[in-house]
Design a protein around this ligand. Structure first.
Ligand SMILES: Cc1ncc(COP(=O)(O)O)c(C=O)c1O
Length: 411
């Protein structure tokens, strides 16, 4: 993938930091492709903007300003808007079946900032992260400047060296609900088993849960935070789980409101890390988010949106079965935003296929960006939420054409 380059070689300036040599601009590229009308983008992890609850947001914005006045326009506490922290603490207490207080809550600029702050607070150069593999590219990006090392999380936990590795790791990173990029749902027993190993090893466990609201085939089951809550239901929360949530997938990403739930000492250290990132995130969007949550906008909005997304998922899988199944295989994801297509033909390198796809005016995300070393080349992530069904169909046809041309070019 494209590396960072300084195009102006005529001027000698100090070098960029070392970590940039191992960075990629893929997310920037996908954001740009998403704006091109001629390209069917099955690349980004974006919600469908036509379903955004705009009227509710307009109403909430007015109410927030009437209610809080200039308090919503100030710098605020680094930990976040106090009333929203209380609200999120109550929401998580209900979901996880044990009591959390505002001291367990840090409000962030999306869950993405939570990932960044965890890296800032926990990682020194070379520290080990045990991460679900393939790994969410945003998490890899967030931690890249810290130059950590990675070991894959095998959910079977069968590997004999796994416990020793856990004991050396700074944290485990997992997206158990409809993972990005694979869409996989991790069964409750596997979550419980991992939690027990994490508790025995004394490390942290980062549970990243943005896709919880997008359930198409039944219930997601309890979060790892809830499983820990059931084991330690009383007193202030002091467990190893650092849980990340967001309004990006259930309401809109543009609010940039997310939360990190953890024991109070971790929250304090993440707050110190946040201080130098943004001083305080927007009180205005947090106040708007509070209005939306107090008026239960998700309850009105999410079921209809999930229905549409299910149709789109089904259209993508049906069309792909017709046109791509000679070359790729996949599982139908029970939730989330992505289908993870693995090449059956060992000659397929999705980095190379990507160039052919762009020529056919369709985009996906090649698997290499979900691997810290960039070596995973045999799969692609395909998004189904952003694009209307008839355009998904066209995108898959273009992808089939690109695959045929690519394979023909191999001879
Ligand atoms: C696994 C995962 N974590 C975190 C995020 C970031 O979400 P947010 O918009 O809340 O920053 C995403 C966004 O796509 C994601 O897929």
């Amino acid at each position: 993938m494209q590396r960072h380059v300084d195009l102006d070689r005529s001027v000698r300036r100090p070098a960029y930091a070392n970590w940039l040599g191992n960075s990629n601009s893929i997310t920037q590229q996908f954001m740009a492709i998403g704006g091109r009308k001629d390209v069917v983008s099955l690349a980004g992890g974006l919600p469908a903007s036509e379903f955004y609850p705009k009227a509710a947001i307009e109403d909430a914005s007015r109410k927030a300003l009437q209610r809080w006045g200039s308090a919503a326009l100030e710098y605020g506490p680094i930990e976040g808007f106090p009333a929203l922290r209380e609200h999120i603490a109550a929401r998580i207490s209900k979901a996880a079946g044990r009591s959390f207080t505002a001291a367990n809550v840090l409000l962030t600029v999306g869950a993405m900032q939570g990932l960044d702050l965890i890296g800032k607070a926990l990682l020194d150069k070379g520290d080990l992260i045990v991460a679900q593999h393939p790994t969410y590219v945003g998490a890899l990006d967030a931690w890249r400047p810290r130059q950590p090392s990675y070991a894959p999380l095998d959910w079977s936990l069968a590997e004999p060296a796994f416990s020793k590795r856990l004991a050396r790791a700074k944290f485990v990173y997992a997206v158990p609900n409809y993972s990005n990029p694979t869409g996989a749902l991790v069964p409750t027993a596997a979550r419980q088993a991992l939690l027990e190993r994490v508790m025995a090893s004394g490390t942290w466990l980062v549970e990243d849960d943005p896709y919880l609201p997008l359930q198409y085939d039944g219930d997601a089951g309890p979060s790892i935070l809830a499983l820990h809550g059931a084991m330690a239901p009383n007193g202030p929360y002091g467990g190893p789980v650092i849980y990340l949530g967001t309004l990006s997938k259930s309401i809109v990403p543009g609010l940039r409101v997310g939360w990190t739930i953890a024991e109070p000492g971790m929250i304090q250290n993440l707050t110190l890390a946040k201080q130098s990132s943004d001083l305080s995130s927007s009180m205005l969007t947090q106040a708007v988010a509070l209005e939306l949550l107090e008026h239960d906008v998700e309850k009105d909005h999410v079921p209809g949106m999930v229905e549409r997304y299910r149709e789109r998922r089904d259209m993508l899988c049906k069309t792909a079965s017709r046109h791509l199944s000679d070359w790729f295989e996949w599982e139908v994801p029970p939730g989330g935003m992505f289908v993870w297509m693995r090449a059956k033909d060992p000659r397929i390198d999705t980095n190379d296929l990507y160039a052919f796809a762009l020529e056919e005016k369709v985009a996906f995300v090649p698997s290499s960006v979900f691997d810290n070393a960039g070596e995973l080349r045999n799969a692609m992530r395909v998004n189904f939420t952003r694009t209307p069904p008839e355009i998904i169909e066209e995108g898959i046809l273009r992808l089939a054409k690109a695959t045929k041309r690519y394979l023909a070019s191999l001879g």
